[in-house]
Design a protein around this ligand. Structure first.
Ligand code: GAL
Length: 645
């Protein structure tokens, strides 16, 4: 478990670097990420590299005993490159180029940019791969940020046609698989097919689904180009900083190319961006939602095959939310310790010092522009005091419950939500919240994983469930809970021949006869209190499960399989999770509002995101071990407690 910070030496006078480095070291930081936007300083004009300043910056940090994570600068191709090769620019849905003047203005499919990327990465790695202070490399920065996964540029169009040709072989196969006879959308050859963008009304869902798969594949191939170049030069280890609240590409595929996956955690910014109602946003305005960081820690732990961390931790107000409040006292320490509790090996803050110019001048850092220490700095000492008492070796525990998460499943629901309020990200988090409110430890798992280590597996929704996936779930011996719309589509985006839940009918003799989506405030026959957003009408050869708890026809169980044919309101979902957990032999604890537990080895961390200052005292009475004394800071004491035998 180590702490780090993001630093931009090119933003500050060189006379300040040694002082900065000494203060970083004194604060207990050990890893400094630099370089990820510095292309215009590394190569101010074509082929003219200026390494001296970067050599000195790295040596200054190394001289203070700090390690460096060096970013490839490809998120910001410089002006001279764009002017020489405007075809690099990514394009909007109408094929219009997006302009220079911010960042991420390139297309993953641009062949010119791929060559330029190889060149700049090889130059950078050629210079620093063997530098002993450079122990980690970051490819690019936040792939997909600012809506850049998809681009309707000529290279992308051609690549999409080749991708389709490789997938379907013959155009007739594509026409059949997609069902292009509908509305006379049939094609005679692959080169007739455009991206499914800017159509008059909605484009064909199977076409859109393949475009999403293709766009994700292009991004992954682009990252591979970087990792291959860096590994070819012999770099130590490679990471990439992914985002929260972002499902537009297959992060599991990205993680396979990395040594460690890191993510950027901005709990207050994310709360503002997400779907919660005003009351929830008010309650958690200064803490973030209690499950948002936890969910992403668990997700990216699996993406990183066990090795993950936070590269950018919010230290104060950000500049990009709808509103940008300051965190409550103690929260920066809480977020940091929570990441470690979930198994992170690094938490690094964004950024060392607030920058007085340009787009992010309203974004807090650990220091103010005049170099005085900002609020969050003080909390780093508290974190260190807590870590001093802990076993900080990597921890490979398996949790009690697995939640299956799949990117392509999210895309299917995003393409055809059938109602404004059917947000698959919200659905996944709703199940996660119900589990965590009951004190259960969760691993997020991916399609194709084995489930043998778990007592309970939750599949919030997997529209294109396959017979093979079902067999793997069956073999696990776990209690399995499937959420609505599971088994409702084939891989080609069609309704299965036997209707939903498709392959699940082998173990659960039910059929979804019809479905409805619900506007806020409109209930279904089962009552507005129980069902929100989505409801299925099911005929079955078995009796419905616990009609007394969930209404006459919402939950169906046979053997170890339970199917939920609705989106349950939070309280009802918690009752269902409790019921399945009980079947699985787990012992849920009903935690006070806003409190979450996380076990790491034999240590239990308790985190209080809620308004009740005494909530952790209540929890203490239910836990098997005593709390460690911890630092005598009242703000931290109401937020975090660590229990150990
Ligand atoms: C991240 C990004 C950083 C910085 C930060 C501000 O999305 O990686 O470069 O912009 O947000 O919160």
């Amino acid at each position: 478990m180590r702490l780090g910070v993001c630093y931009y030496p090119e933003h500050w006078p060189e006379s300040q670097w040694a002082y900065d480095a000494a203060r970083m070291k004194a604060l207990g930081l050990s890893l400094v990420r630099i370089g990820e936007f510095a292309w215009s300083r590394i190569e101010p004009s074509p082929g003219h590299y200026e390494w001296d300043w970067l050599d000195r910056a790295i040596d200054t940090l190394a001289g203070a005993g700090l390690e460096v994570c060096l970013g490839t600068p490809t998120a910001t191709p410089p002006k001279w490159l764009i002017d020489a090769e405007p075809g690099i620019l990514c394009c909007d849905a109408h094929g219009r180029p997006r302009h220079f003047g911010s960042r991420r203005h390139y297309s993953f499919s641009s062949q010119v940019y791929q060559a330029e990327t190889r060149r700049i990465c090889a130059a950078l790695a050629g210079r620093y791969a063997r530098h002993e202070a450079v122990t980690l490399w970051q490819t690019d920065n936040e792939y997909g940020c600012h809506d850049t996964v998809e681009s309707n540029d000529p290279d992308a169009r051609r690549a999409f046609q080749s991708w389709l040709a490789a997938k379907y072989g013959r155009i007739g196969h594509l026409n059949t698989a997609w069902g292009t006879v509908f509305w006379s959308q049939e094609y005679r050859s692959f080169d007739e097919i455009d991206p499914p963008l800017a159509t008059v009304t909605e484009a064909h869902p199977a076409h859109r689904m393949d475009w999403r798969r293709f766009s994700s594949d292009q991004l992954i191939a682009y990252n591979r180009l970087q990792t291959e170049t860096l590994r070819g030069a012999g770099v130590a280890a490679i990471t990439h900083n992914v985002m929260g609240h972002f499902t537009q590409f297959d992060h599991f595929a990205l993680g396979e190319q990395l040594d460690l996956t890191v993510w950027d955690s901005y709990p207050l910014g994310f709360l503002e961006q997400a779907w919660w109602d005003d009351a929830t946003k008010k309650t958690y305005a200064r803490t973030g939602h209690p499950d948002f960081a936890g969910f992403h820690h668990d997700l990216y732990r699996r993406v990183g095959a066990g090795r993950f961390g936070v590269m950018e931790q919010q230290p104060g107000p950000v500049n990009w939310g709808t509103y940008n409040p300051a965190p409550a006292a103690g929260m920066v320490a809480l977020w940091t310790l929570e990441a470690f509790a979930h198994g992170a090996e690094l938490v690094s803050y964004f950024r060392w010092r607030q920058v007085p110019f340009a787009q992010e001048q309203m974004h807090a850092g650990l220091n103010r522009p005049d170099n005085s220490a900002a609020e969050a700095s003080g909390e780093i000492g508290l974190v260190q005091a807590c870590l001093a008492d802990l076993d900080t070796r990597p921890c490979t525990d398996t949790a009690q419950v697995a939640v299956l998460f799949d990117y392509a499943a999210q895309w299917m629901h995003q393409i055809q939500p059938h109602g404004r309020s059917f947000n698959p990200d919200e659905l996944s988090l709703a199940f996660y919240t119900a589990l965590r409110e009951l004190g259960l430890n969760v691993d997020i798992v991916r399609r194709g994983d084995t489930f043998d280590a778990y007592d309970m597996v939750v599949v919030p929704s997997l529209p294109d469930l396959t017979a093979a996936e079902l067999a793997r779930l069956e073999d696990s011996g776990a209690q399995i809970l499937f959420g609505p719309r599971t088994g409702s589509r084939t891989a080609d985006f069609a309704i299965p021949g036997t209707c939903a839940p498709g392959p699940l009918q082998r173990v659960l003799p039910i059929r979804v006869d019809s479905v409805e989506s619900l506007r806020p405030g409109v209930g279904s026959p089962a009552g507005a209190e129980t069902v929100i957003h989505w409801r299925e009408f099911i005929s079955a050869a078995i009796a419905c499960h616990r009609p007394d708890l969930f209404g006459p026809d919402l939950v169906w169980r046979q053997g170890r399989f339970t199917y939920l044919g609705a989106w349950l309101a939070p309280a009802a979902l918690k009752v269902l999770i409790c019921d399945v957990a009980g079947q699985a032999g787990l012992a849920p604890i009903d935690l006070p509002d806003g409190v979450r537990l996380r076990r790491r080895g034999d240590t239990i961390f308790a985190f209080n995101y809620g308004p009740d200052a005494n909530a952790l005292d209540q929890v203490a009475t239910q836990l098997p071990h005593p709390a460690l004394p911890g630092p005598a800071d009242p703000d931290l004491a109401r937020r975090v407690r660590i229990f150990r035998p």
